[in-house]
Design a protein around this ligand. Structure first.
Ligand code: NAD
Length: 340
């Protein structure tokens, strides 16, 4: 039985990941530790809450006594660390909690894993010899790209927002635990995820909600900021593979090879809505798109080179963007049906 700790499992990616793992494996036991901040929503896990292979603990990753208890009581042999403050806009308004959760929280988790799995630096206790700490991070640590080029695992860090700076700090701590103590770590840096169960505040849910409410759809600046979009289920599979087959101490970039700017995303969503929920008065949902003042420090372009994941671990993003986006729009139409 694989006993794993998932942090932040009531959030978007963590919740999708828990469901993915329970579907994939019979012999897994997942402990989900989540503080249930505004971003956590246990409704994301309604379908698995009675599963005997799953347990939920409400708590903070900064609480070292709680972490010790969870590791000891559950004999944790693997960590998938998703818990974070994750919204760039919030990090501009209030950066402190980003440092607390993303940096100090990651530190407490690393310390707990080290003390629990290892007897000395580079000496792993026999029963934990395959135990591994997978840290989920972001491509935003690399800063912004010009019109050309891609982020590789060798790209220098250049975080531009308090969010990305705090994630960069957490990545550095994870790296140091591998080099200093020999903790078995893997870091993944992924691009923008999309899919069911993402928090209402993020770009794609905002576009869908505003459109079906027939309100202005706010697009920052000129709408030309480019992101590389990754369907969340493809990401979950990549994390599972990186955990099982990745090399200790390595970094793997995970991208969707799907660059779109914000205005393209808004147009595509409006076209999907035009098809499945025609406006009574005719016309397209595109009429609601409107441009608003840009976010300070708004990175222009992110794009990931996933060739290390593809060549070394035989993973690639499989979902066509149009298909993933349709699935996502349908999921949110159900969620927001009272707004229609
Ligand atoms: N969503 C993306 O597009 C994206 C892209 C790149 C990287 N990431 C990274 O992936 C991870 C998951 O992102 P997400 O979009 O699912 O985030 P999310 O905001 O949807 O979920 C975060 C979860 O962490 C929990 N949490 C926050 N602080 C906590 C604490 N102190 N202790 C315990 N739990 C806490 C929240 O309650 C929430 O359930 C994050 O580390 C994020 O940096 C996300």
């Amino acid at each position: 039985m694989k006993k794993i700790l998932v942090t932040g499992g009531a959030g978007f990616i963590g919740g999708n990941f828990i469901k993915y793992m329970l579907e994939q494996y019979e012999d897994v036991f997942i402990c989900n530790l989540d503080k249930l901040t505004y971003a956590g929503d246990l409704r994301n896990l309604e379908s698995v809450k009675e599963d005997s292979r799953y347990s939920f603990i409400e708590g903070d990753i900064c609480d070292k006594n709680l972490l010790n208890r969870i590791f000891t009581e559950n004999e944790i042999k693997g960590v998938f660390h998703f818990a974070a403050e994750s919204h760039v806009d919030n990090s501009i308004a209030g950066p402190e909690v980003f440092v607390k959760t993303n940096v100090l929280g990651t530190f407490q988790l690393l310390e707990t894993a080290r003390n629990f799995w290892m007897s000395d630096p580079f000496v792993v206790k026999e029963q934990y010899k395959n135990a591994r700490f997978l840290h989920v991070s972001t491509d935003e640590v690399y800063g912004s790209l010009g019109e050309d080029g891609f982020f590789t695992e060798e790209t220098s860090y250049a975080p531009n927002s308090p969010y990305s700076a705090s994630k960069a700090g957490s990545d550095m701590l994870v790296r140091s635990y591998y080099h200093t103590y020999g903790l078995n770590t893997v870091i993944t840096n992924c691009s923008n995820n999309y899919g069911p169960c993402q928090h209402d505040e993020k770009l794609i849910p905002v576009i869908i909600r505003k459109a079906i409410s027939k309100e202005k759809i706010p697009i920052y600046g000129d709408g030309k900021n480019i992101r590389d979009w990754l369907f969340v289920k493809d990401h979950c599979k990549a994390l599972d593979i990186a955990f099982q087959k990745g090399r200790a101490g390595e970094v793997y970039n995970i991208g969707g090879s799907c660059e779109k700017n914000n205005i393209q995303i808004a147009n595509l969503i409006c076209e999907i809505l035009d098809d499945i929920n025609r406006l009574e008065k005719g016309g397209s949902y595109k009429q609601f798109i409107s441009f608003v003042k840009d976010r300070p420090g708004h990175d222009r372009r992110y794009a990931i080179d996933s060739s290390k994941m593809m060549n070394e671990l035989d993973w690639r993003a499989e979902t066509k963007f149009e298909d993933g986006l349709k699935e996502t729009v349908r999921w949110y139409i159900e969620k927001y049906k009272e707004l229609l």
